[in-house]
Write a protein that binds this ligand. Structure first.
Ligand SMILES: [Zn+2]
Ligand SMILES: [Zn+2]
Length: 494
């Protein structure tokens, strides 16, 4: 590896000092500005009486002390649990080792952390069907690599190894420590700002008077928060200027050295660049920790001093060209030779528990429709339960999200036909009344009555969900239809 432990520690200390000084200067300027404005309001003297008045030593010391206190508090609260704070914000979870894809990811990360000779690297999965990956490191030397569900299901093992190698390179070189600090200090607030924008934009359709007055009070409160966040976001942009686009090229090169496979990394980058990268789920202000900016912005795809300065990621075109040179290949042969996994027919493997047939365990959860014991199955690699008699499937809601993000099944003709027929039925004009369901099913896990409803608002597939334990019951074929329709809508065919 290109860096020694001592060098990384030196770099870390430098980053901590530089970022803290930035924070201090930032708050000093803000405090000074506020002080001047306050004096203009409360003083009868002209604010333009002379520079001596603006910088009296006593005032300078007070303003500096306030800035120092605020900067220290900001630093302390933002850097205490950086990995936990960022992964919570992304809703990222530890891999489920009962899931084939998650297990493969865990294995790849373990292999790569041995190859880089560093400490054990943590793993996270973001429940989004977009394609992206990130790395984070904290002050204590803990680090973690995260990938989205979409990336896991659409990359081959060698492509995944290349992406994990790229992220491990950021961790080993210390880059990921500086981006983690910057995202923790400022990116998190930018993410809140994006959230507020979504709420306020979503509210514009409200016409009820009562709601408007509540909305107005809420709005006034939001405005203050919004302005503060806007200032912080500006600071974030400034700080991002120090994140060199070079670090992405360096990490690409290290990943190739680790995996000895420049083709795999160029294929992975090509697939990520073509796909949806999770904008809307992944806040744009956290893009420094990601392998690629989630929102396609023309700035990051262009060259020149301006984009070098303001963009955190180099253009895909350049990254691909460098990798293709190493592989003695070109874009055309990359596109034609890309190895994508073939789709398999829907077929779940039953999971046997210690030689005992699952159906024989009489205590296990029972089918809410026909009362038979449910069998454990692996559905698109994810752990679920199935009734062998009526064909219904029980899945925890995070497992269902995972299954839907995956696109490795080839659906039989009958599923396609029934899904198309369902879409053509007049379900929008005559929506079912879910408020007086008389035959509620009992949750197989906790016996609570399950609520009936659409899985998602845009599609007519009706499911039963337990709000106590989060499990979802799909009647025979419902999960397949949902997968088929969501895949179609992702490809813009609905
Ligand atoms: Zn059944
Ligand atoms: Zn339940």
């Amino acid at each position: 590896m290109p860096y020694s432990f001592v060098e990384i520690e030196k770099e870390k200390t430098w980053v901590i000092k530089a970022v803290f000084v930035f924070l201090l200067v930032f708050y000093f300027l803000v405090a000074e500005l506020l002080w001047i404005v306050t004096r203009m309001f409360f003083s009868s003297q002209s604010p333009f009486a002379g520079p001596a008045q603006l910088f009296s030593p006593g005032e300078f010391v007070i303003v500096f002390a306030v800035a120092l206190a605020v900067a220290s508090l900001h630093w302390y609260y933002s850097t205490r649990n950086m990995i936990a704070d960022l992964t919570n914000l992304l809703d990222a979870r530890a891999p489920d080792l009962g899931d084939t894809y998650h297990k493969m990811f865990r294995n790849v990360v373990d292999e790569v952390s041995i190859a880089t000779g560093g400490r054990k690297i943590g793993c996270y999965v973001v429940p989004s069907s977009g394609m992206n990956a990130f790395a984070v490191s904290d002050l204590e030397g803990n680090s973690a690599i995260g990938v989205t569900e979409g990336l896991l299901s659409r990359l081959s093992r060698s492509q995944l190894e290349a992406v994990v190698g790229h992220e491990a390179a950021h961790i080993a070189s210390g880059d990921s420590f500086s981006t983690t600090v910057i995202c923790s200090l400022f990116g998190i607030y930018g993410a809140l700002l994006e959230g507020i924008n979504r709420i306020t934009l979503g509210r514009s359709g409200d016409s009820s008077k009562e709601r408007v007055s509540v909305g107005a009070r809420f709005g006034a409160y939001l405005l203050v928060v919004y302005l503060v966040l806007l200032v912080v976001k500006g600071a974030n942009h400034l700080l991002n200027m120090f994140i060199s686009r070079q670090r992405e090229y360096r990490a690409d090169a290290v990943a190739v050295r680790l995996t000895r496979d420049p083709v795999a990394l160029s294929e992975a980058l090509y697939l990520i660049s073509r796909g949806w990268r999770g904008v809307g789920v992944i806040p744009g202000s956290l893009s420094p920790i990601f392998i690629t900016a989630p929102d396609t912005d023309s700035l990051s795809e262009s060259e020149g001093i301006f984009s070098d300065l303001f963009s955190t990621h180099p253009p895909f075109k350049n990254r691909l060209n460098i990798l293709l040179d190493m592989a003695h290949s070109d874009l055309q042969s990359l596109k034609s030779g890309i190895r994508t996994a073939p789709k398999t027919v829907v077929e779940e493997e039953p999971v046997e528990l210690e030689g005992l047939s699952v159906d024989a365990r009489r205590g296990g959860p029972f089918c809410p429709k026909c009362g038979q014991a449910l069998s454990e199955i692996s559905y698109e690699g994810a752990p679920a339960m199935k009734c062998r008699f009526c064909g219904g499937v029980l899945a925890a809601s995070d497992v269902a999200t995972r299954i839907i993000a995956r696109e490795n099944y080839l659906f039989p003709g009958e599923i396609r036909e029934s899904s198309e027929a369902l879409m053509k039925s007049h379900w929008r004009e005559n929506p079912p009344n879910f408020f007086n369901v008389t035959d509620k099913l009992a949750c197989p896990r906790c016996r609570e009555a399950m609520e009936r409803g659409f899985f998602t608002y845009g599609l007519p597939v009706i499911i039963d969900k337990c709000f106590k334990c989060g499990n979802i019951w799909f009647d025979k074929g419902e999960l397949e239809m949902l997968q088929y329709l969501i895949e179609k809508s992702r490809n813009g065919e609905l």
